[in-house]
Write a protein of this length. Structure first.
Lengths: 114, 253, 574
């Protein structure tokens, strides 16, 4: 139970970072943290379903459920791709407005278009 | 500094409250919605686990049950995942290099950054990475090829291969004399392995079994299909990730 | 050999094969590269039409292709289901993607555009036949990543910020989607829609609160892509600042496909019908509010983007009513056909508007509604001797203002007739009136005005390629044909969706009645009156305040949190 509370707090920390932090790189950190939180939840809860790794070897009886692990393989790769893409966008925003503060960026873009 | 502090304390409550509300409110809503999901305490359903334990080796030939899932039963999702990786790599490079730089007083200095990494490429680094790089590359191939027998597989092996290629390209003083670290070659490997993966997916249709089925005749060992898919995925991931890293570092060279 | 049932994978596979070829073309040079790219585009965007044609007959008579990809045991593999709605979604996707791609060929650098565009189209095709919740996640992510990159490809700074905001809110929403998947898998142990529904029905109380909340999480995550209020914040910037071909596909296809894919998910639980009810109400309010905001805009593409939000409100209103009535009842199916009919017609005329207005704004170098006048003469003097852009705009204008005999009139009238007597209908009609006013404002850029100087002639850097005209003519023909044969098309959509039954209650005579025509004249007059009113000083002031309302990044997340909580509460306590 305590693990689930910790994962929940981890998720809230990441979500809080996305909303509250004004530095865009910290927002991308937040996205990475919430991705990690959901992956850890799947893996942790999946690991409770058995005793050993899901590799069939002689003598292995009670394996954990391999489906959360297979799903999270995909989710981790997708999360990494999204983080990479977000950072390239941050890079281009920085080269345009020389600032990493979201309000500054928005203001500079508004000024260049008006 | 002091001026800012008095500013904040002097702001009225109706100026601070909307900010606080708009920060706390989504967190409260999200917590309220997520708590029942976190609190599920039913026993874990295990019908899938039992089925896989009994039939995965016969049907897919893989001892690693996770490999049997993501390259056998749920291979379509793996196809989607490789497409995501391909798209992200291509898109990231396109966004970094798109040529309309309006109002740009910050030039990503073509001269400064590469020369800094050049300076860091000392003799020590060259020797160490030159010796370690091939070993890591070999390890990556091992992880990739043995994915159906032990923990590992295409994605894991591919990332190790990518790290080896980045190693070799970063550390080498002669600036990546290996053909493997040239961006053009990496692009070709990536496109070719994506094509190979697609062909493997459609091969089942030609032999009449349907999409994403094992095209080999039944006498063949079943894990040959999984090994082929693992290789295609591993090469694709390795080439893609290393292309991204090398392009970002070398940039305008 | 390739069997008939393998054809259903063609709409998802052929664009992927085209993308692989286009990636190879990227590494080549010169003429071979160009030919390979065009071949890739044809493979990915033209050949699927043949597959759809071959599948038409069986789908029309109600054939449903179900199974597991790879022919594995049911519960472990990925289930798929290709039925009438899948065929229709594929039809919508490809009929818009092809002219948009042709239009984009006029740009200088299409080497990276083509593979990304084909991947996006492949994701739409794969989403159409999803019957597995994690497969839906992967398809949504593919579609999302391709669209973030394509939005940012116009390389304007505003486009990067728009793409960043879109990426952050969509990616965060997909994490909530994964929580929903966790909830369902934890309760039932399976991932396909049918198995989850079966597993939940075996649990006490249908899975209880956890199951309902999981469905609410999945619904909320999908609805952010559909951009109903209050979750619309990312759309105006993204659609306004993307390249024109991408805007056309975003507005036409990408905000509708997740909605129709969601219609299968909400069947898992009975409380899905409550979700549909809430979304129907939100859709009606969206239609009106977004139309008012579109009236206040001064940038041409932003006006079109808000108008897209307004029209997705129409579609969601009908969709919500369909889900509330039950997707397997005749009433639900008819409403769903009306929603889909408006989706296709809107995609056609909105795509046409984006392309024609986009080329006008590009040539004249001006995107401001108040400053741009006399575009028709300007286009004539700058190489368009046979007018194509202005007639295309006119067709789009008459369609969106719902004037007979164009297609917008038929789809909007069918939704209004089906929802007659409900309060949503009032909002929808009001939205129609405001839309007319907004588009009269937009149309003024084509006409000369003695107070405003015409744009000065600037010689073009490159001559216009024919692909710009071909794409506009293609979409204009689609709009005209769907207007002339509209009642028949709507009837056919209903037949395909319901699996062969002839349930569609409207014929041409239901639309072209004397009271109907009088209503149209009245609404058009009201729209024109509203337009003249909007030019007065006081109304102008109000509109200016609406336009300059403060919008922020965290506003997106506040709206998402509130929307999610509201959906969950509605589903739990209804």
């Amino acid at each position: 139970m305590i693990e689930r509370c910790l994962i929940f707090l981890l998720f809230l920390t990441g979500f809080h970072a996305i909303i509250v932090r004004k530095n865009v790189i910290k927002k991308v950190f937040g996205l990475g943290i919430i991705n990690s939180a959901v992956v850890i939840l799947f893996i942790l809860e999946g690991s409770r379903s058995g005793n050993s790794a899901p590799i069939i070897q002689p003598g292995v009886q009670d394996v954990v459920d391999p489906i959360p692990q297979a799903l999270m393989l995909t989710a981790v790769v997708i999360g990494v791709c999204l983080t990479a893409l977000a950072l390239t966008l941050v890079y281009r925003l920085y080269t345009h407005s020389l600032s990493l503060h979201i309000d500054e960026i928005r203001r500079k873009i508004h000024d260049t278009t008006h | 500094m002091k001026k800012n502090k008095t500013d904040i304390t002097k702001r009225k409550w109706f100026q601070i409250t909307p900010g606080v509300v708009s920060e706390i409110l989504p967190l409260l809503c999200v917590s309220a919605v997520l708590v029942p999901v976190f609190a599920i305490s039913l026993p874990w359903p295990d019908q899938t686990k039992k089925y896989l334990f009994s039939s995965a080796i016969l049907e897919t030939g893989a001892q690693n049950l996770v490999s049997s899932l993501y390259l056998g039963y749920r291979a379509f999702d793996t196809l989607g995942e490789t497409v995501v990786l391909l798209t992200a790599v291509t898109g990231a490079i396109m966004i970094i290099k798109s040529s309309v730089h309006t109002n740009n007083s910050y030039t990503f200095s073509q001269q400064n950054v590469p020369s800094k990494t050049r300076m860091l490429r000392t003799e020590l680094l060259d020797t160490v990475t030159g010796k370690l790089g091939p070993v890591v590359l070999l390890f990556g191939f091992y992880v990739m090829l043995f994915g159906h027998l032990s923990p590992g597989g295409g994605f894991q092996g591919g990332v190790v291969i990518a790290s080896a290629i980045v190693f070799l390209s970063l550390g080498s003083k002669s600036d990546g004399a290996l053909v493997l670290t040239k961006p053009g070659v990496l692009l070709w490997i990536e496109a070719a392995s994506f094509g190979a993966f697609l062909i493997a997916a459609c091969a089942g249709m030609i032999t009449g079994n349907g999409f994403f089925t094992n095209p080999f005749p039944s006498g063949f060992p079943a894990h040959a299909y999984i090994i082929f898919l693992n290789c295609a995925v591993g090469l694709k991931v390795g080439a893609g990730v290393s292309f991204l890293c090398i392009e970002m570092i070398q940039n305008k060279e | 050999m390739i069997q008939h049932t393998d054809l259903i994978f063609a709409p998802a596979l052929l664009p992927l094969i085209g993308a692989a070829a286009a990636f190879c073309a990227k590494s080549l040079r010169g003429k071979t590269s160009r030919y390979l790219e065009i071949a890739a585009g044809c493979t990915g965007l033209v050949l699927p039409f043949f597959a759809l044609f071959l599948l038409y007959k069986s789908t029309l008579y109600g054939a449903v292709y179900k199974g597991v990809i790879g022919n594995w045991y049911n519960d472990v593999g990925i289930s798929y289901r290709f039925d009438g709605i899948s065929w229709l979604i594929n039809f919508l996707g490809f009929i818009i993607a092809l002219p948009a791609w042709i239009y984009a060929q006029s740009e200088k650098d299409t080497k990276t555009f083509t593979p990304l565009f084909l991947i996006q189209t492949a994701a739409v095709g794969a989403m159409a036949m999803c019957a597995d919740i994690f497969n839906l996640f992967v398809c949504l992510e593919i579609m999302g990543i391709a669209s973030y990159i394509l939005v940012a490809s116009s390389a304007k700074p505003g486009a990067f910020l728009a793409s960043f905001s879109y990426l952050m809110i969509s990616a965060s929403a997909m994490v909530f989607f994964l929580f929903g998947v966790y909830g369902f898998y934890r309760l039932t142990g399976s991932l396909s829609y049918d198995s989850i529904a079966l597993g939940l029905s075996l649990l006490p109380d249908n899975g209880g609160h956890a199951a309902v909340i999981s469905l609410a999480l999945i619904t909320g995550a999908v609805v952010i892509r559909v951009a109903v209020m209050p979750l619309y914040g990312w759309l105006p910037d993204a659609h306004a600042l993307a390249p024109h071909a991408v805007s056309a596909v975003l507005s036409g296809v990408l905000i509708k496909t997740p909605l129709f894919a969601l219609s299968r998910v909400v069947d898992i639980l009975p409380s899905g019908r409550a979700a549909g009810e809430l979304m129907g109400y939100a859709g009606a309010v969206t239609a009106f509010l977004a139309a008012v905001i579109s009236l206040s805009q001064s940038d041409v593409k932003r006006l079109l983007a808000y108008s897209s939000i307004s029209h997705i409100g129409y579609i969601v209103c009908a969709w919500g009513a369909a889900v509330h009535a039950g997707t397997h009842t005749p009433e639900g199916r008819i409403l769903m056909s009306a929603a889909f009919g408006h989706a296709v017609f809107h995609a056609a005329f909105k795509g046409l508007l984006f392309l024609s207005v986009g080329i006008t704004a590009d040539r004249t170098g001006n995107r401001d509604i108040t400053a741009l006048r006399g575009a028709v003469k300007f286009l004539y003097r700058n190489g368009e001797k046979i007018p194509v852009t202005f007639p295309a705009f006119c067709i789009g204008f008459f369609s969106i203002c719902a004037l007979p005999p164009f297609n917008g009139f038929l789809s909007k009238s069918s939704i209004s007739l089906l929802l007659a007597g409900n309060w949503q209908n009032v909002f929808l009609i009001a939205a129609g009136v405001v839309t007319i006013a907004a588009f009269i404002r937009l149309a003024r850029i084509y006409f000369p005005d003695k107070n405003v100087p015409s744009p000065t002639y600037t010689p073009l850097a490159s001559s216009t390629s024919g692909s710009v005209y071909i794409s506009q003519i293609f979409l204009s023909l689609i709009c005209l044909c769907s207007g002339l044969f509209g009642p028949f098309l709507l009837h056919t959509f209903s037949r395909i969706l319901s699996g062969g039954l002839r349930e569609w209650p409207f014929s041409a005579r239901s639309f072209y009645t004397i009271p109907g025509i009088i209503k149209i004249i009245f609404y058009s007059a009201a729209g024109f009156g509203l337009y003249t009113l909007s030019n007065t000083h006081s109304v102008n002031r109000v509109l200016y305040l609406i336009k300059e309302r403060p919008r922020s990044f965290d506003g997106l997340f506040t709206a998402f949190g509130l929307g999610l909580a509201a959906t969950a509460a509605w589903m739990l306590f209804r």
